[in-house]
Design a protein around this ligand. Structure first.
Ligand code: G9O
Length: 210
């Protein structure tokens, strides 16, 4: 499809945000913020990114409809401050579908192309009793695991952005949304990261093609 939305024929991303909140003053800083309808979207060959992800990505692409694979290159804003004890790291992601199902969201953090940690969450459609869609699926305030929070705080200690970006070359995130009952893959998001130079989270989104 020519749509500029991060979507498949089964489900659509409304937004994806990773953020840090400071309990002392209520400040919230977005590390990463991706809208479901980015301003621009180009195609990129999925072959060019396989090495950064587990082999499961190649297997998924081979067996699934090709309309559901996306790459988000993120320039993360890590210019947040605060006592580590009062910082909480979390993710919000919202999805929308005309179809009604329970979804499973598997978020894998990968190091050198190998899965390091994985979080699996399930969501029911909101407006469960509505006879017609759309239905929304709300992954909200999902705390990041210790692996991620340590990774980000260690990254921040590096003296130069170039060093941070060198570390981030070997760090990726893979998020797979599937139908919880049938296991059908609904949407796949591959994330790559650099650090932002202007205290603002930026992104480019690509459609992944054969
Ligand atoms: C500079 C790097 C910024 C990274 C931003 C984080 C992106 C969102 C990934 C969150 C995944 C968390 C999964 C988890 O907690 N797994 O256990």
């Amino acid at each position: 499809s020519n749509s500029r939305c991060i979507m498949s024929s089964d489900i659509e991303l409304i937004s994806f945000t990773a953020y840090v909140e400071n309990a002392e003053n209520g400040n919230r800083v977005n590390l990463v913020n991706i809208p479901g309808n980015p301003e621009d979207m180009e195609n990129i060959k999925i072959d060019s990114i396989y090495e950064k992800y587990p082999n499961s990505l190649r297997e998924l692409f081979q067996k699934c409809p090709k309309d559901r694979f996306y790459l988000a290159k993120c320039w993360a804003n890590i210019e947040f401050e605060g006592d580590p004890k009062s910082l909480t790291y979390a993710v919000d992601a919202y999805y929308k579908s005309m179809k009604k199902f329970d979804i499973r969201v598997a978020t894998q953090v990968c190091s050198f192309g190998t899965k390091a940690v994985e979080k699996i969450e399930s969501f029911k459609p909101v407006n469960y009793n509505a006879l017609v869609g759309p239905y929304t699926y709300n992954l909200e305030n999902s705390s990041m695991c210790e692996y991620m929070t340590k990774f980000i705080s260690e990254l921040k200690k590096l003296q130069f952005q170039e060093w941070m970006n060198n570390v981030l070359e070997n760090f990726t995130v893979l998020q797979i949304v599937s139908n919880k009952d049938t296991d059908e893959t609904l949407l796949v998001m591959c994330f790559l990261f650099e650090v932002s130079e202007d205290q603002e989270a930026n992104y480019s989104v690509f459609r992944l093609i054969e």
